[in-house]
Design a protein. Sequence first.
Length: 130
Amino acid sequence: MKGFIEEFKAFAVKGNVIDLAVAVVIGAAFGKIVSSLVANIIMPLVGVILGGVSFSGMTYQVGDAMITYGVFIQSIVDFVIVALVIFMVVKAITKAQSMGEEEAPSEDAPAEPSDEVKLLTEIRDSLRRN
């Protein structure tokens, strides 16, 4: 049990946990902004285009239960926008990382010898065989 606690402590102190916490807070705030954008700007415009439809008022009565499918449609639009933005951010980060890898020469791989060195190596090997 002591090893588990120490392992968790080492994990929690690493920057990854703090980065994750910051990402969750920013993501929650971004989600609220997108929800407001969809509810207050996008869906009213879509409603006007569709002839004055109010998505927030779209409901269906089943017995005593009220099914608000218009709100569900707004939630789907929220999800699509958030997913699209996350996709674009991840794609940009991946592209930036791959560009950084191309620019940095690999220290593990030796540099290709010049033509003069190759020629001298061939001459040396030829002289050794004779």
